[in-house]
Write a protein that binds this ligand. Structure first.
Ligand SMILES: Nc1nc2c(c(=O)[nH]1)N[C@H]1C(S)=C(S)[C@@H](COP(=O)(O)OP(=O)(O)OC[C@H]3O[C@@H](n4cnc5c(=O)[nH]c(N)nc54)[C@H](O)[C@@H]3O)O[C@H]1N2
Ligand SMILES: Nc1nc2c(c(=O)[nH]1)N[C@H]1C(S)=C(S)[C@@H](COP(=O)(O)OP(=O)(O)OC[C@H]3O[C@@H](n4cnc5c(=O)[nH]c(N)nc54)[C@H](O)[C@@H]3O)O[C@H]1N2
Ligand code: SF4
Ligand SMILES: [Mo]
Length: 748
């Protein structure tokens, strides 16, 4: 087994300091492009349209794409700087193998040898310990074709049950809640419905920083007279412009939703006809929320009773409305209950499936929606089918030309997969498009598990922090180096166009996966020669499923500027708004608009329970974590882009003046945060926009600045999402700057 002490892996020496190169770099100044390629942003789930300027096989800048309907030319700071990645000096151009004696801990090796080594290790591990001893981790920034291929690669080529993806840290609570209530997991309405809403309710979503273009829709609604309600422990930028702000105590949203429903029932602000005709389970929920009086709701949520009553009245009496939430209510050990609570107040209002009305989670990653539909989840097959369902297995096995018995049973979630490394069941790992060392909670454990692996191969275009533990690193493709489809937060399937070729020995991700299959001598089913061939098989594999893409082709997507799924036939125009009365779906078959055999949506009793770790005398402060506008996820991409680093150079601890005063802290003081898992020393940022019992740390940084040294690995029992949004910590002033200062470059 090849392990080397972490400290000897100093990749910076190998790849050089990048900030010096990108800071102030303006590739596009005064250069005429050879061509301009219409495509989409590589970052968040809104997938803004963008025109990339290309010169001599390099992306040199961008222009706004005014005709793309969603963003109409608008972009956020990340979108306008994404083009600085392609020519980045850190860009992986060769395959590498770990070599403790080499400078930086890695040495280049020819691509084919790297593939052969990866295949040989997979073969060795699977022969020695069984197929399930090799696991895959995949990502939802990949195109849907690639996510489909990853699921197929796991089940058909490696025959391992163990594949999961980074959407496990992101979309799964919303997905599970939506499936329970609607039978389908997709944002229910196009964003244009927001514009006509009388009330826009936003829970746990930092819209202006994390879904910046959605702000435009919310503000247009406000111009049209809408009232905006925001629920967050921090007065985020969208919170500063709302009509009613509810400063919820982290981890208590289900109590708030139950309290709102209690008042809706008490005041008869209900759509009885809708409840009767289109739903089931209302009585049990009504019974459950009896105990959620305004007084009790206020006590638990920390929100003043007056605010709760006002919100209930606005929500209850509106004629049109749109409710949105994001990770603020989903990243909890009871994230699914929070989501069900939100859906209950939507169903009780009857305001879904018609113009100006809707409900949606705001998807996170670029392909957070498409990436959760076609089989890279531990329990899923293409088309949103279930790996545990015999009929679904038979259908997909038929498309793949194998027997259903050959398909493994469902595997475990991404975090559990690391626990299986601990127990010795999993010995080898391939990761693509995932940086778990930074993004999973309690990451000291993740580091130990990476060290424990017998073999680890990582595919990425940058050497992210997790890949530094790899035995083999394979250079994959940047967004602009491949084509394919992704699905946006709205449910709109769009086309990503290739602008440039991969540089050096880097290859398109799907080719790398096929190269490994071939080196294993198991290439049957992995001989696609282009993404469109993968899409054609995916269309068939999804046919008749809930997430039906059969009618979606590249030509149609380009012609229509995107198609909303489901789209079951080539003639079908797609389905922008789900659940319209009279609409047909393959589960209800005309019985009603929701995706259950009776066509009815389900009310679900949403149960409040406190977070896994409550504050106590030893750890008296709540830590919540999340994002800032200029950084993206684990930061592996955006920490390399100088202008984005300049905008927010280091993580800071947001702390209320009252708490700061109590602890004797002032703005800019080095402060140590300790939880039961770890500690982290950062500067304090004293702000009046956060609850005094809570601190906030953005999580985009690695190593000694990683917020996930502190977070807890508690998970929702249904969705398995980690509880990133609440744990208990204590704070103290640090004696001086932490050791890492002076050692780290800003991008680390
Ligand atoms: N700039 C930027 N944009 C991004 C991303 C990024 O990394 N950077 N990532 C993308 C991805 S993958 C995702 S998932 C989305 C995430 O988008 P969001 O979910 O909007 O972002 P977060 O910062 O994780 O959390 C949102 C808010 O939840 C609040 N919050 C914390 N605890 C609670 C709680 O218990 N209840 C409520 N109601 N609110 C709470 C936080 O204060 C925060 O303002 O953003 C996407 N867009
Ligand atoms: N404390 C805390 N932790 C969190 C969260 C939080 O709010 N708080 N949020 C969670 C959420 S919502 C998310 S989504 C996760 C994200 O966590 P991760 O998925 O681990 O973060 P990324 O930065 O997206 O890492 C993806 C890697 O994929 C690479 N990549 C991107 N596109 C491609 C591609 O097309 N091909 C290949 N080969 N590689 C690619 C990038 O270079 C990067 O190295 O973090 C989670 N962790
Ligand atoms: S809002 Fe999202 S998709 Fe649009 S430019 Fe910003 S990061 Fe990219
Ligand atoms: Mo996410």
């Amino acid at each position: 087994m090849t392990t080397i002490p972490v400290k000897t892996v100093d990749i910076i020496e190998q790849f050089g300091p990048h900030l010096a190169h990108t800071r102030g770099l303006r590739l596009d100044t005064g250069v005429e492009p050879d061509k301009v390629v219409p495509t989409h942003c590589c970052f968040c789930g809104q997938q803004c349209g963008i025109l990339l300027k290309v010169k001599e096989n390099q992306v040199i800048g961008f222009e706004p794409w005014y005709d793309f309907p969603f963003n109409q030319g608008k972009l956020c700071p990340k979108g306008v700087k994404r083009y600085l990645q392609g020519a980045h000096p850190d860009r992986l151009l060769h395959a590498y193998e770990r070599d403790p004696s080499a400078q930086g801990g890695f040495k280049p090796l020819p691509y084919d040898q790297a593939i052969a080594r990866a295949a040989a290790e997979i073969e060795r591990i699977q022969t020695q310990y069984g197929p399930a001893a090799f696991a895959l981790l995949s990502g939802a920034s990949l195109t849907t074709e690639k996510t489909y291929l990853m699921g197929k690669f796991a089940r058909m080529c490696l025959k391992t049950p163990h594949i999961d993806y980074n959407g496990r840290l992101c979309m799964v609570s919303a997905a599970a809640g939506n499936k329970k209530a609607f039978g389908i997991d997709r944002g229910g309405a196009p964003w244009t419905d927001i514009l006509q809403a009388e009330v826009v309710w936003i829970s746990g979503a930092n819209v202006a920083e994390c879904a910046p273009i959605t702000t435009d829709y919310v503000w247009q609604a406000r111009e049209n007279g809408a009232k905006i309600i925001v629920v967050d422990p921090r007065i985020t930028p969208i919170g500063r412009t709302c009509d009613l702000f509810l400063p919820v105590k982290p981890g208590r949203d289900v109590a708030l939703f139950n309290g709102i429903l209690h008042l809706m029932i008490e005041n008869d602000w209900l759509d009885h006809a809708f409840i009767e005709q289109h739903t089931s389970g209302f009585e049990a929920v009504a019974d459950h929320v009896k105990e959620w009086t305004p007084q009790r709701t206020a006590e638990i949520t920390g929100i003043a009773e007056k605010g709760i009553r006002q919100a209930a009245e606005w929500w209850g009496t509106a004629k049109t409305s749109f409710l949105m939430h994001a990770r603020g209510i989903e990243h909890h050990s009871h994230g699914v209950q929070n989501v069900l609570g939100a859906i209950n107040i939507v169903l009780a209002s009857g305001r879904i499936g018609r113009p100006g009305c809707g409900y949606s989670t705001i998807t996170g990653q670029g392909n957070g929606q498409g990436g959760r539909e076609h089989g890279q989840k531990a329990d899923q097959l293409p088309g949103g089918r279930d790996l545990g369902n015999p009929e679904h297995r038979a259908y997909v096995a038929g498309v793949w030309g194998i027997q259903p018995e050959e398909l493994p049973q469902p595997g475990v979630d991404a975090y559990e997969l690391f626990r299986k490394i601990d127990s010795g069941e999993i010995k080898g790992l391939l990761s693509i498009c995932f940086n778990p060392l930074v993004s999973l909670p309690d990451n000291a454990f993740i580091q130990r598990m990476l060290e424990k692996l017998e073999f680890y191969v990582a595919i990425d275009f940058f050497l992210n922090e997790t890949a530094r533990y790899a035995d083999i690193v394979l250079p994959g493709s940047l967004h602009e180096e491949d084509e394919g489809i992704v699905t946006t937060a709205e449910g709109r399937v769009i086309k990503i166009n290739q602008a440039v070729d991969c540089p050096g020995e880097a290859r398109q991700d799907w080719r790398i996966i096929q190269d490994i299959a071939q080196a294993l001598g198991r290439e049957r089913g992995f001989t696609f020669s282009s993404p469109v061939e993968i899409l054609d098989e995916l269309r068939l594999a999804s046919k008749g499923g809930v997430a039906d893409y059969y009618g979606i082709t590249y030509e149609k997507l380009e012609r229509e500027n995107g198609i909303f799924w489901p789209c079951p036939s080539l003639e079908h125009p797609g389905t922008p708004r789900l659940f319209e009365p009279g609409s047909w779906n393959p589960v209800a078959r005309g019985q009603g608009p929701f995706y259950f055999p009776d066509g009815k949506a389900r009310f679900n009793v949403a149960v409040y329970s406190p977070p896994a770790e409550e504050v106590d005398a030893e750890y008296p402060i709540i830590l919540t974590t999340g994002r800032v506008v200029s950084q993206f996820l684990s930061g592996s991409q955006t920490r390399r882009i100088g202008p984005l680093v300049d905008q927010y150079p280091e993580p800071r601890i947001e702390i209320h003046p009252l708490l700061a005063e109590k602890l004797g802290l002032a703005e800019g003081d080095w402060t140590t945060v300790e939880s039961r898992r770890g500690r982290c020393t950062l500067r304090a940022q004293v702000v009046k926009t956060i609850r005094p019992d809570t601190i906030f740390i953005p999580y985009h940084w690695a190593g000694p600045r990683s917020a996930n040294q502190l977070t807890i690995a508690a998970q929702d029992p249904i969705s398995k999402i980690p509880e990133y949004k609440v744990c208990a910590v204590r704070l103290k002033i640090a004696a001086g700057p932490p050791e890492y200062v002076g050692e780290l470059e800003p991008y680390q």
